[in-house]
Write a protein that binds this ligand. Sequence first.
Ligand SMILES: [Zn+2]
Length: 367
Amino acid sequence: MIGDPVLRLRFLKVMRPPARRRRRRLGMWMVWPALVLAVIAFFLAKYAAGKPEAAPAVTMRAEPPVIREVAQPASVWQVEKSTGSEVYSNGLRIDTRFEVASHPRSYLAFPSSTAGSRAPARRSMPAGIVFHTTESALAPFEAGETSALKRLGESLLDYVRRKGAYHYLIDRFGRVYRVVAESDAANHAGYSVWADDNWLYLNLNESFLGVSFEAQTPGGQSNDLVSPAQVRSAGMLTEMLRSIYQIPAGNCVTHAQVSVNPSNMQMGYHTDWATGFPFAALGLPDNYARALPSLWIFGFEYDPRLFGSPDNRISAGVGLAEQDFLRAAAAAGLQPAAYRKTLQQRYREYLAEVRRGGQGQSEEGDK
Ligand SMILES: [Zn+2]
């Protein structure tokens, strides 16, 4: 039924039997020699070399990445609150001297299943966290640069405060500043899109908390954007927010994963943390391996040069979303292009409902 030969090929790739079943058909006669070879290789490696060496590189099989889910964090509570700071039971300290108010959080969450035509729910509790980089000017992270590092951090704090740009800013020394009150919306992600098992979120300024690292993405992307102090503080902050608001681990994602441009229906208007986000160090599963909801639920498209490149970890979620999209199109009995139109129509209807609700007048907010 699929006219376009490229889409047809992708569809056939998606619909072929899973690799596990095909392997089983090869039979045990393939497995035993491999096991014997593996044992010999192990002993050779152990005794041949004088000192231990890194394991030889193994060709990775092209299988979908596995998400190792994590439990909800143990209870974290506020231990102390004084003028200018808060201390939490997990070691987190928040500087609140520069906190500003915007307007109280209020948003619509849409049921992810259209079956039963459940109405959207009006909510005021944060449903997730979006992680950002500030993309601001940086000095070398060295003791001799301390005054320059402090000066840059202070002017950044002043800027994001005036813009109401994030709920939290983590400076290069790992100091955590609350910029916008948790009960309020911040201008960090505009009309971004995310979804969990039950709900779709279309305006993350209102529905998700914004946490930004003082950091700059060097040309392309890097795995080492932030200091160890920033990672430790972000871990404690994430743990506190997840504990207090019962935020699911799968709703802690990066700006690049959620950012969309409704005017041209392309994902990835902003690209911060398209790769290299330290999910594991923050006690989170590898959320790069989640199929991106903007693509498979709302029919957004993407720039394959950027988001299809294996250099960017986000490509894992893009690939899975593309497979989900083609499967759903087949299940609906529609050509992919026709199916995409139905998804985009659904997005426009939901967005109109969000706008009627008076939310999200500001477009994507960060620098
Ligand atoms: Zn951002």
